[in-house]
Design a protein around this ligand. Structure first.
Ligand code: SF4
Ligand code: FE
Length: 483
C-alpha cells in the first residue's frame, strides 16, 4: 500500500493505543473525542486530496527510493520544482481546512534529517543515513504521518542544557545499551503529535561537546511505552462540546497541541539518527527550521485566503462591499497575503542540492518569509475584524438563535442586507471569530509568531546569511574608496 485513503488513515490512528490526557483525565478514544476530532480531520485532508486525480501532481510524487508514487508529505525533495510544489500543496490545504494540517512537520524533519545524517556519517563513519533511509522507506510504503519534535521546554534560558537545575528540561540520553538508547525529557507545543503514527525527535538548538547527551535524534512509534501527551487548552475549545456547530465557526477542522513527555523511552539502534555528535545538532536545527519557515509561506497563506474571503463575505452581508475603504482593506489584506506567498515561492525556486542530493531552500529567503509571517497575519486579522464589525464578538449563541422565543427577535434585529439570512451572517462572523480569537487563532496568530522559531531566531539567521560585507564592498566600489 503506497497511498492510504482518509478513512484508512483514521482507522490506523484509532488502532494505536496512545497515552493522551486532557482536562485532568485520560482520553480513552482520542479519535472520537469532539474536541480532538477536528484536528484529526485536518490531517485526513492530506490523504483525501492525494486520492483526487486533479491534485495528483501537487499531493504526490514518485519516490526515487521505493519507485512508487507516495504522498508528497513523505517525499524527499529532488528538485527546486519539488520545493515549489510543496508550498503550493500547503496553500491548497490551508484553503481546504483553515487550520494547521500538521503533516508538514514530519516532511520538514524528513528532509533535514536526510541531509544531516549523510554529512554526520561522512565525518564520523556512523550509520545514521542508512538508518534514516530505512525508516523513510517504511513511512513511504505505509503512507504514515510523522510528527517532528524539536522544541524542548528549555527551563532557564540563560543556561546550557547540562547546566539546568533539572537535567530533563532538555530531552537527553540517560542510558546507552548494546541494542539502543534510553531517552528522557519532553517536547512542548507539539501540533499533530496526537494524530501521527511516528515521531522524529530532533535537538532543539546547537549543542557544545559538554551537551553531547542532548544531541540526539531518533524516530519511535507514538504508542511506544513511556510517551505521554497532555493536550493544550485553546480559547473557546469547549464550544465543541456544546453541540452548537455554528458557534464553533469551523466545526470540521482544527489543530491541537500537546506537551509530549518521553519518560525513559527505549530507542533501538536502527532508529537512531544522531547520538552525541554535538556539532551536527546545529545543522539539523537550522535545516529543519529553514524548511518549516518555507512551509509557512504556504499554509498561512491558504488560511489567509479563507480569512480574506470571509471578510469580503461579511462586507457583502453588511451591505458595505461597495465602500471604498472596505475595498481598499481587502486589497491590503491580499497584498500582505501574497507577499508571504512570494517569499515561500522565492526561497523554494532558489533551492539547491545538499551533499546528500536532496534539495534545500534558500535559507536567507526562508527566514525572511517567516519573519514576515510573524507580522502580516496579525495585520490581516486586524483588517478582518475592522471589516466584520463588533458583532463577531457580541452575537448571541446558537442556542438563543434556535430558541422559539428569542430566535425571531435575533433574526429581526441582527439582519444585515435583507436578501441574506441572519443565520448566514452569523455563520461568517463566527468563522472570522474562530480564526481571529478562537481555536484556529492558535494556528493562524500565535503559531505565526512562534511556530518554526520566534522572530528573533529568524533575525539571527538573517544576520548570518545577509552577507553585509558584500554589500559594503559594493558601496565602496561605487564610491571609489580605496583603503
Ligand atoms: Fe504545516 Fe503550517 Fe501546521 Fe506547520 S503550521 S504543520 S507548516 S500547516
Ligand atoms: Fe507549525
Amino acid at each position: 500500500m503506497s497511498l492510504m485513503t482518509g478513512e484508512q488513515y483514521i482507522e490506523s490512528i484509532r488502532a494505536m493505543k496512545m497515552n493522551v490526557y486532557m482536562f485532568g483525565k485520560k482520553v480513552e478514544c482520542p479519535v472520537d473525542d469532539p474536541i480532538l476530532r477536528p484536528s484529526l480531520n485536518s490531517v485526513r485532508m492530506t490523504y483525501d486530496l492525494a486520492q483526487l486525480p486533479e491534485y495528483e501532481d501537487l499531493m504526490t510524487a514518485v519516490s526515487p527510493y521505493t519507485g512508487k508514487r507516495v504522498n508528497r508529505f513523505t517525499h524527499i525533495h529532488q528538485s527546486a520544482a519539488d520545493l515549489v510544489k510543496k508550498v503550493k500543496m500547503q496553500r491548497l490545504l490551508g484553503q481546504k481546512t483553515a487550520a494547521c494540517f500538521q503533516r508538514c512537520v514530519g516532511m520538514d524533519a524528513f528532509n533535514a534529517v536526510f541531509s544531516t545524517t549523510y554529512e554526520t556519517d561522512k565525518k564520523y563513519g556512523t550509520n545514521y543515513h542508512e538508518n534514516f533511509k530505512k525508516f523513510m522507506m517504511y513511512v513511504q510504503d505505509n503512507d504514515l504521518t510523522v510528527d517532528g519534535a524539536m522544541t524542548d521546554p528549555k527551563g532557564d534560558r540563560s543556561k546550557a542544557p547540562h547546566q539546568q537545575a533539572d537535567p530533563d528540561l532538555f530531552l537527553h540520553v540517560v542510558e546507552r545499551r548494546a541494542d539502543g538508547i534510553v531517552v528522557r525529557g519532553a517536547k512542548a507545543h507539539q501540533t499533530g503529535v496526537l494524530n501521527s503514527h511516528e515521531v522524529i525527535v530532533m535537538p532543539t538548538q546547537s549543542m557544545k561537546p559538554e551537551d553531547k547527551d542532548y544531541a540526539v535524534s531518533f524516530a519511535v512509534p507514538m504508542d511506544t511505552p513511556g510517551i505521554t501527551m497532555i493536550i493544550g487548552r485553546q480559547s473557546c475549545d469547549t464550544r465543541k462540546l456544546e453541540n452548537t456547530e455554528m458557534d464553533v465557526g469551523n466545526s470540521e477542522f482544527g489543530g491541537v497541541e500537546a506537551l509530549t513527555i518521553f519518560d525513559n523511552v527505549f530507542v533501538p539502534n536502527d532508529r537512531i539518527f544522531l547520538n552525541g555528535e554535538a556539532e551536527f545538532a546545529g545543522m539539523m536545527v537550522e535545516r529543519f527550521a529553514g524548511y518549516h519557515r518555507q512551509s509557512y509561506g504556504g499554509c498561512k497563506v491558504g488560511v489567509g485566503d479563507v480569512l480574506i474571503g470571509a471578510a469580503a463575505v461579511a462586507a457583502d452581508y453588511n451591505g458595505a462591499a461597495k465602500a471604498s475603504h472596505v475595498k481598499d482593506k481587502l486589497i491590503e489584506m491580499t497584498h500582505l497575503n501574497e507577499t508571504l506567498y512570494a517569499c515561500g515561492i522565492a526561497c523554494s525556486a532558489e533551492g539547491h542540492p545538499t551533499e546528500s542530493g536532496n534539495y534545500i531552500i534558500d535559507l536567507l529567503l526562508a527566514n525572511v518569509c517567516k519573519q514576515n509571517v510573524t507580522r502580516f497575519p496579525y495585520e490581516i486579522v486586524r483588517l478582518a475584524e475592522d471589516i466584520a464589525g463588533g458583532l463577531m464578538v457580541t452575537a448571541p449563541s446558537e442556542a438563543d438563535f434556535r430558541s422559539p422565543e428569542l430566535g425571531p427577535v435575533i433574526d429581526k434585529y441582527l439582519r444585515g442586507v435583507d436578501s441574506v439570512s441572519t443565520e448566514n451572517r452569523l455563520r461568517i462572523l463566527r468563522l472570522i471569530e474562530n480564526l481571529a480569537l478562537g481555536t484556529a487563532a492558535v494556528g493562524y496568530r500565535t503559531e505565526s509568531m512562534h511556530g518554526a522559531g520566534s522572530p528573533q531566531a529568524q533575525r539571527i539567521m538573517i544576520a548570518r546569511q545577509g552577507n553585509l560585507e558584500h554589500k559594503k564592498a559594493l558601496a565602496k566600489a561605487l564610491a571609489h574608496i580605496k583603503e
